[in-house]
Design a protein around this ligand. Structure first.
Ligand SMILES: [Mn+2]
Length: 364
């Protein structure tokens, strides 16, 4: 993955380090950039493994012998260890004579940092976490193609779940079925714990899924995604069990209008905050003023929250190849909420929506 490593170096605003060291601790404390730089797909966990990245784009790995076969799927030198002493010795070999070491300070655990310092006491340490984030936020073709598959799997599940939804089922039943549908379609797993929220629970944006039983006339909000070759999708659809009342319909149509307007304005060169503000103004012009309580979207990639966002709090100008969620919502505590979420690729003159499940008001 020469081009990706070169990108990380290019994004570094500091003097370029001689070497960038990325290290995994124990799952889930794995640095996603380790997989960005190696391009390794679905197999392997790589706990306790290190990669060493060089300014010419080359990469080498130190990993436990148990991961050797998985590591060899990447096209780069792999060195294995059997014991902790052997690992330490091999890391020391890479750091010998090195003046500056780049690290991903946001992901490197403290004990591994201390080990690097012990092995290279005179080296300068340079925090590459901003460079890593800036490199990863614009995706290459392979990343977009993998995400396209993750999005297709989630979109199909969003449509195929419909016949399963009926009065009497629990939120957790739907959550389980969504994961089953996605894995049958080739997902490696869910990209996060699915949110399935009926009526009043849907007013809580980060609800999970519980034993609440579905009744006629209720919102069914589902926020979930597929993990495919380490890349994620993230989709939300809100359906109705039976016929919605006027208030439910109005909430739904306001969110949809806000979502379509924000999709319409996304293209290369637009400010992320402006897209959020457009979505928020549409909601704030209605009786639901102030009930859109989060940012419009977040970047996705190897992580569900991949470092950037469409929000007044994030200063970013959109560029071709960025991947974002677009997910306005309205939440009325004690009553319920609606969110509609798609994943999109920013294009030169517009947007490609990767999650294609219908957003028409769906009644079951
Ligand atoms: Mn999301």
């Amino acid at each position: 993955m020469e081009s990706r490593i070169k990108r990380i170096y290019e994004m570094c605003e500091h003097d370029k380090p001689d070497i960038v060291v990325l290290a995994n601790a124990t799952d889930p404390m794995l640095d996603k950039t380790f997989f960005y730089a190696t391009g390794l797909g679905n197999s392997g966990v790589f706990e306790g493994s290190y990669i060493f990245c060089f300014p010419d784009g080359k990469v080498e790995m130190i990993t436990s012998i148990l991961e050797e076969e998985s590591a060899k799927k990447g096209n780069f030198p792999v060195h294995t260890f059997m014991t902790q002493d052997e690992r330490k010795e091999k890391i020391a070999g890479y750091l010998k004579g090195v003046d500056s070491i780049g690290i991903n300070a946001k992901e490197l655990v403290h004990s591994q940092y201390m080990l690097l310092k012990e092995l290279a006491p005179h080296a300068e340490f340079i925090d590459m976490s901003k460079a890593v984030r800036d490199a990863r936020v614009v995706k290459d073709e392979a990343e977009i193609e993998t995400t396209r598959i993750a999005c297709r799997i989630a979109s199909e599940a969003a449509e195929e779940i419909i016949p399963f939804i009926k009065p009497g089922i629990k939120e957790s039943d739907i959550a389980a079925e969504l994961v089953y549908l996605m894995q049958k379609k080739g997902a490696n797993g869910p990209s996060f714990d699915s949110i399935v929220a009926f009526q009043e629970n849907s007013a809580e944006p980060h609800y999970r899924a519980g034993d609440r039983v579905l009744k006629d006339g209720e919102f069914v909000l589902m926020d979930f995604g597929a993990l495919y070759n380490r890349y994620v999708s993230d989709i939300t659809r809100t359906y109705f069990m039976g016929q919605p009342n006027e208030k439910q319909k109005k909430i739904y149509n306001t969110v949809l209008e806000s979502q379509l307007a924000s999709l319409d304005m996304i293209k290369d060169g637009v400010k992320g905050a402006d897209v959020h503000n457009t979505a928020a103004e549409i909601i704030n012009a209605t009786e639901f003023k102030g009930r859109f309580t989060h940012g419009l979207g977040h970047s996705i990639g190897l992580s569900v929250h991949d470092g950037s966002g469409l929000s007044p709090a994030v200063d970013i100008t959109l560029k071709e190849g960025m991947l974002f969620t677009v997910e306005p919502g309205i939440y009325i505590p004690g009553f319920g909420g609606v969110r509609i979420e798609d994943d999109v690729v920013v294009k030169k003159n517009g947007v490609e929506v990767l999650t294609t499940a219908s957003k028409e008001l769906i009644t079951i």
